[in-house]
Ligand binder design. Structure first.
Ligand code: AN0
Ligand code: CP
Length: 315
């Protein structure tokens, strides 16, 4: 595996889920696979789970790990080509990326949507410079448009908790005070459409995801109707794609609460975290026995370990 950016990079989902279960059952089985191999995890944005779980996954495989928080520790990096670099960025990605590539065998990169330029975000201009110039395999740790380690962990968590062969999974928008990327819902949709689930997306008008992600999913604008009979409720805020990066609503009637959960088939509650309590979800729901958000976060180690393991096996 040379890159891990979209659902297509993981191949057959059944095979990947089986491998994830093997890794979870025996996490240290491959603890010499990464001997004398180094992974650099580079962060342009904050993280708790991704940073710790990816580092843990690499350590389980016996790798050396270097973490770089660009905003704190590195030079500010220019990403536009052809600019006169007389501003606040002393180094270009065009040099920084191949330099990092010379120091390691795999690079993980987190670079969120900037919301400054829809085309630049959806063309993945920053991630693509890593792919083009690093010379080593690249793992997306959330790019402008996708968060594939999260979606893989989410599917594996659903697999572990499902009580029927083909569960109903509902992705619901919920309110948030800040403009958030579409990466998590995009990837979740991409994965759910390939998985053996009944997939429904519910959100207020104006929050339609980019067609490439929403096509093939059932869209239900009535949140309560969407919740009926659901086996999994996956909450997430995202900003508008059409009115790019804008907050069109902070409608608190979309918060996931006990009354709405009562409409479901005793659904499990999921969220990628970090979550704003009593905005996205009430305390009562996230603290209930049906909440599996911590199990979901735990599985981030598993998804990262499967991906890094496959990359090491093909170095
Ligand atoms: C980020 C997002 O919504 O993409 C990261 C989630 C994993 N969330 C926040 O910035 C709060
Ligand atoms: N879910 C997730 O990616 O969390 P972090 O932003 O803390 O890494």
């Amino acid at each position: 595996m040379k890159r891990y950016l979209t659902v297509d990079d993981i191949g057959d989902l059944e095979v990947a889920l089986k491998e994830a279960a093997e890794v979870k059952a025996n996490p240290y089985k491959w603890d010499t696979l990464g001997k004398n191999k180094t992974i650099v995890l580079i962060f342009f944005n904050s993280s708790l789970r991704t940073r710790l779980s990816t580092q843990k996954a690499a350590m389980n495989l016996g790798m050396n790990v270097i973490v770089l928080d660009v905003n704190k520790d590195g030079w500010k990096l220019e990403s536009e080509f052809g600019v006169i670099m007389d501003g606040d960025k002393p180094e270009h990605l065009r040099e920084a990326v191949p330099v990092i590539g010379r120091y390691c065998d795999i690079i993980g990169v987190r670079s969120f949507a900037t919301f400054e330029d829809k085309a630049a975000d959806y063309e993945e201009r920053i991630l693509n410079q890593f792919i083009e110039f690093a010379g080593v395999p690249i793992i997306s740790m959330e790019s402008a448009t996708r968060h594939p380690l999260q979606a893989f962990a989410d599917l594996f968590t659903i697999e572990e908790h499902k009580t029927k062969a083909r569960p109903k999974v509902v992705l619901t928008w919920a309110p948030h005070p800040r403009a958030l990327p579409q990466a998590v819902p995009n990837s979740f949709a991409e994965w759910m459409k390939k998985a053996d689930v009944e997939f429904v997306i519910t959100h207020p008008k104006g929050y339609e995801l980019a067609p490439e992600f929403s096509e093939g999913a059932t869209i239900e604008y009535d949140q309560k109707k969407a919740f009926e009979g659901a086996d999994f409720i996956y909450a997430k805020n995202w900003s508008s794609f059409t009115e790019y990066g804008q907050i069109l609503s902070k409608d608190m009637s979309w918060t996931v609460n006990e009354e709405k959960m009562a409409l479901t088939n005793n659904a499990k509650f999921m969220h990628c975290l970090p979550v704003r309590r009593n905005m996205i979800v009430t305390d009562g729901v996230i603290d209930s026995p049906n909440s599996i958000v911590i199990d979901e976060a735990e599985n981030r180690v598993i998804s990262a370990q499967v991906v890094i393991k496959r990359m090491l096996e093909s170095l």
